[in-house]
Write a protein that binds this ligand. Structure first.
Ligand code: ZN
Length: 351
């Protein structure tokens, strides 16, 4: 076991113990270090390393924080636990609501929302709204039973409930779970492997930014696929270590989030994880938001001895200009399939 000890964080916190675990995907023991960084967000002491498996190319934290100490790496003000209100789709003018209904029915399988034949303007507006809606709303399947794993304070549960789903959640953090309870009593607080759901209970399950945090991603996907009803869909979203951001910024890439991210997936390794767990990838989407690149840029400038420039980029007017420039160029990252975030749909492979 190798471990780099630091003098201690601002609060004098002790370094969490680490283990030299093998590759999560192929089990190979050999790996080469790729990126090394401290905990940028919360100052957990110690420097952490991402290594690439020599057997299969998978990127993972090594050595990694021991399972029984992972919770120590999440402070109370962890952002996932303090989300804003759910972005419910039905709001605004009646014309907008008509366009939303059309988009949901046409693009996401919500046939119950389709009533009259809408005019051309409604359809054009709906088409534009659909781009955003498909990231916020689960596609309709089966009888409308939805589970969000890692539901935080319940943002996705609130959206799904407003669309007519019966919802349930899993959340590790008790304070966040208490907020999510406003949407459902079916809430498991704790590890997903220990959640008491039965086989085939859900039509759609989502796990947004969960898989990169768990010590056994294949086991996590297998567990969730087991809860799917026939014809069900599992939707998984993670940062993309194969995108332009990781390539450009390297150890300053904001998606590293060490030590909380144990795995760093690319579309290829995420697909392999799904297949090893008994699934089949049915689609893969790429997302690229300006703030991901701007976070990485700030970290990169600080790493390169330019903290003043990093602060300048956070100065609102300049940040606004950079954000606008990125808005114009980011569709390129999506078209090139090199986005900052990937979301994949997984069905159970035929037995
Ligand atoms: Zn491997």
């Amino acid at each position: 076991m190798t471990r780099v000890d630091a003098p201690g964080g601002p609060g004098g916190a002790a370094a969490p113990p680490t283990v030299d675990a093998a590759c999560f995907l192929c089990g190979a023991g050999d790996a080469d270090p790729v990126w090394t960084t401290p905990d940028r967000a919360f100052g957990v002491p110690v420097v952490y390393t991402v290594a690439r498996c020599r057997g299969c190319g998978f990127l993972y934290q090594r050595p990694r924080v021991r399972d029984d100490h992972l919770a120590d790496c999440y402070p109370d003000h962890y952002p996932r636990h303090q989300e804003p209100s759910p972005r419910v789709p039905f709001k605004g003018s009646s014309a907008r609501v008509r366009a939303v209904r059309w988009a949901l029915a046409r693009g996401l399988g919500y046939t119950a929302w389709q009533h009259e034949r809408p005019g051309l303007l409604t359809r054009l507006r709906g088409r534009r709204l659909l781009r955003r809606l498909r990231w916020d709303c689960p596609p309709w399947r089966g009888r409308g039973r939805y589970l969000d794993v890692g539901c935080g304070s319940g943002g996705a549960l609130g959206v799904a409930q407003s669309l007519g789903w019966q919802v349930a959640g899993v959340e590790m953090d008790a304070a966040a779970a208490a907020k999510a309870r406003r949407f459902t009593a079916r809430l498991h607080v704790g590890d997903l492997q220990a959640a008491p759901f039965g086989a085939g209970e859900f039509d759609v399950i989502s796990a947004y930014h969960v898989l990169e945090h768990v010590p056994d991603p294949v086991g996590a996907v297998r567990r969730m696929l087991g809860w799917l009803a026939p014809g069900g869909l599992l939707v998984v979203e993670v940062p993309n270590a194969g995108g332009f951001g990781a390539r450009l910024f390297g150890r300053a890439w904001s998606g590293l989030e060490l030590p909380r991210h144990l795995s760093h997936f690319t579309p290829e390794t995420l697909g392999r994880t799904a297949r090893q767990a008994g699934g089949r990838v049915v689609w893969c989407w790429h997302q690229a938001k300006p703030r991901y690149y701007l976070w990485s840029l700030g970290l990169w400038l600080r790493d390169h001895g330019a903290p003043a420039l990093a602060r300048a980029c956070e100065w609102r007017p300049l940040y606004g200009v950079l954000k606008l420039l990125l808005e114009l160029t980011l569709p390129l990252a999506r078209w090139a399939r090199r986005g900052e975030v990937i979301r994949i749909g997984i069905e159970r492979a035929a037995q």
